[in-house]
Design a protein around this ligand. Structure first.
Ligand code: ADP
Length: 303
């Protein structure tokens, strides 16, 4: 099965004609409340695409947290590894989206940042039996490092989506335990120090990240698709994006990561998994919101 160790948030989204600038007020928006958090989004993406998914996370002892856990359970995600924190509120994300699907997001992480490696003893068995461990950067770095090390020890494939964009260099010991790193262009630039704006610069950035000890680097490039680099063989590949009308790119990366994990967990080769993820993410950008935009297996045509 797939184990997602990551964040759970409640997303409050306002969609309007344009994004406000600092100090500006934009009227005429429409409000949506949805389940979110990159961890939960990726867990739901994987579950909807047919995988057995277990989540390890932390929510507050409040209505938002209860609702989030119940929602994950309804999605078919095993929630036994989700801890409750009495001192911190559940995570919240405020999202603004414009007509073209561009977004701005501010997150109050709350309980997500109260997760500690010491608490993970209680859920160690879940990690030990994982085929794939999928993580993001919305939980404390010591937890991510600890889980990556433990997962590798037990033979799992460790996939890290370094999102949101890291403010500090990722620890080298962490990168050494990551099998597949999936940054978007901004994240790839922050990690490698090389600006990524086309396939050539993506190749340069991926090469540098490969030198940091990551086996496979997958840079997602929005409507330009993905750039993939295998540091062991030195091979690289470009997978163009599907042509779709994007209405809201929220959770496109989450969908991509969840879908890739599903295909790899089924034992499919990387190129097939990339195609699957690219197709799933393309569907997600045609729909509004985070989790509501994530496709189900039956929606995936084989084209
Ligand atoms: P993030 O949302 O994390 O910034 P990207 O914008 O790179 O990530 O999108 C992730 C993936 O979603 C892309 O690699 C691609 O597969 C798909 N995707 C994103 N935007 C589009 C688009 N406009 N058309 C088709 N696919 C898209």
């Amino acid at each position: 099965h797939i184990v997602v160790v990551g964040s759970i948030n409640t997303d409050m989204t306002v969609k309007s004609g344009k994004l406000p600038r600092p100090g500006e007020t934009v009227l005429g928006g429409v409000f949506f409340k949805n389940q979110g958090g990159k961890g939960a989004n990726q867990a739901v993406a994987a579950a909807r695409l047919g995988a057995s998914v277990r989540m390890i996370a932390k929510v507050g002892k409040d209505a938002f947290g209860e609702e989030s856990v119940a929602s994950l359970a309804r999605e078919g995600v095993d929630t036994a590894g989700i801890l409750t924190d009495a001192e911190h509120p559940s995570g919240i994300a405020m999202i603004l989206v414009d007509d073209r699907g561009e977004n701005m997001i501010s997150v109050a992480s709350g309980a997500n940042l109260a997760l500690t490696p010491e608490e993970l003893g209680a859920v160690e068995e879940i990690i030990r039996s994982a085929g794939i461990v999928l993580m993001q950067l919305e939980i404390p770095m010591p937890v991510i490092e600890y889980v990556a090390r433990m997962a590798k020890q037990h033979g799992a494939t460790v996939i890290l989506n370094p999102a949101p964009a890291p403010k500090q260099q990722l620890p080298p010991e962490l990168l050494a335990h990551v099998d597949i790193l999936i940054p978007n262009q901004t994240e790839a630039e922050l990690i490698s120090g090389t600006a990524v704006n086309d396939y050539e610069s993506a190749a340069a950035a991926a090469g540098k990240i490969g030198q940091m000890g990551v086996r496979t680097v997958i840079i997602t490039m929005g409507a330009h698709g993905v750039f993939v680099y295998d540091s062991e063989s030195g091979n690289s590949e470009i997978i163009v994006a599907k042509r779709v009308k994007a209405t809201d790119t929220t959770a496109a990366g989450d969908c991509f990561c969840g879908a890739l994990s599903v295909a790899l967990n089924e034992g499919r080769p990387l190129n097939e998994a990339l195609d699957f993820a690219n197709r799933a993410a393309a569907i997600s950008v045609t729909r509004r919101g985070a989790q509501p935009s994530l496709p189900y297996l039956h929606e995936m045509s084989t084209r």
